[in-house]
Design a protein around this ligand. Structure first.
Ligand code: DGY
Length: 326
């Protein structure tokens, strides 16, 4: 039987798909995160690791696992937690879970767009605090979406799904990315390519869908916020470190931008204290892919990838398929 380490319990459908097919070493204090020392100790002599975005897969962990390791199956589309070149060098396959979470994540980005620009969570908190009120023409005003500009930073699968939703809101769509989309895709989305500076200056909503890389770390910083409209909102459902949270808190406090919606955090699961005190930011605990259907699909895909890799076959969504060509 192959030896598999699972660092957090998955949805029941995915747990059933693991049953009887491997010797499963499941972190027993799940859903608590697995401490690094336990991860290093328990990775030893495993054929496969089924990891989450919370586990750092680097040379140290690969050393601890040893030469038997064939695959790291990540239960996430983002893979900034994994040193893929190091895995490739050692002949270890890496897989992620793209596509199955595209629509759910775009939906959640839009939940944050609406919550931020129309002060939804703030209104909810206001009533729960039993605040006395009466309807007032000046009360809790937000901004319109119709006819405004939706700016996408990182226009891959999820960015494009967010763009399709913007069409329904009657918005102009602009995007910025390291690589420009083919003309056909731009036409299909009705999206216009802009430099980041132009996008920041023109957008009423800026939604981040880029991967975390050295180039995108703190892409949103004090200087970036100054280039945005005072009425704009920033939404981040990608990765926390793309936004400098302390600078964001200052920009919101100073009224440089109107509001923000965050699903991901720079030092996740910690949230910058200055943000917790601001009404103009809506905060969610990394729920982008958190629907029943999506988590089942992610879990089943990660398990399918895991067993394909252990069997020496090509997984459905490999990040370094060249490992199999050796
Ligand atoms: C991912 O898949 O990368 C998300 O952040 C979690 O679903």
């Amino acid at each position: 039987m192959p030896q598999v380490l699972l660092t957090r319990e998955l949805v029941p459908e995915a747990m059933r798909a693991l049953e009887g097919r491997c010797e499963l070493d499941l972190w027993e204090r799940s859903p608590e995160a697995m401490p690094r020392d336990d991860l290093l100790r328990r990775a030893k002599d495993k054929d496969g690791l089924l990891t989450l975005l919370t586990e750092k897969v680097d040379a140290e962990l690969l050393d601890a696992a040893g030469p038997r390791l064939k695959i790291v199956a990540n239960h996430a589309v983002g893979f900034d937690n994994i040193d893929v070149p190091e895995c490739t060098r050692r002949g270890v396959l890496v897989t992620n879970t793209p596509d199955v979470l595209t629509e759910a994540t775009a939906d959640l980005a839009w939940a944050l767009v609406l919550a931020s620009i129309r002060r939804v969570a703030e209104g909810d908190r206001f009533l729960r605090a039993r605040t006395p009120w009466v309807w007032d023409p000046r009360m809790m005003l937000g901004h319109d979406l119709y006819g405004k500009t939706f700016g996408i930073v990182g226009c891959g699968r999820i960015g494009q799904a967010a763009a399709r939703r913007a069409t329904g809101f009657g918005m102009r769509i602009v995007y910025s990315d390291a690589v420009r989309l083919p003309a056909e895709a731009e036409q299909r989305l009705g999206a216009e390519y802009l430099s980041l500076d132009d996008l920041l200056a023109q957008s009423d909503v800026v939604s981040v869908h880029a991967p975390l890389t050295p180039e995108t770390r703190h892409l949103f910083n004090a200087g970036t916020f100054r280039k945005m409209k005072h009425t704009a909102v920033l939404v981040n459902t990608a990765r926390g470190p793309i936004v400098d949270e302390a600078a964001l808190a200052e920009a919101l406090h100073a009224g440089e931008i109107f509001a923000a919606g965050l699903d991901v955090y720079e030092r996740e699961p910690q949230v910058e204290a200055a943000l917790l005190d601001l009404d103009s930011v809506t905060l969610l605990p990394h729920l982008g892919s958190a629907t029943v259907g999506t988590r089942v699909a992610m879990g089943l895909l990660a398990v399918e990838n895991l067993f394909a890799g252990i069997a020496g076959e090509r997984p459905r969504t490999p990040l370094n398929p060249e490992v199999l060509e050796r």
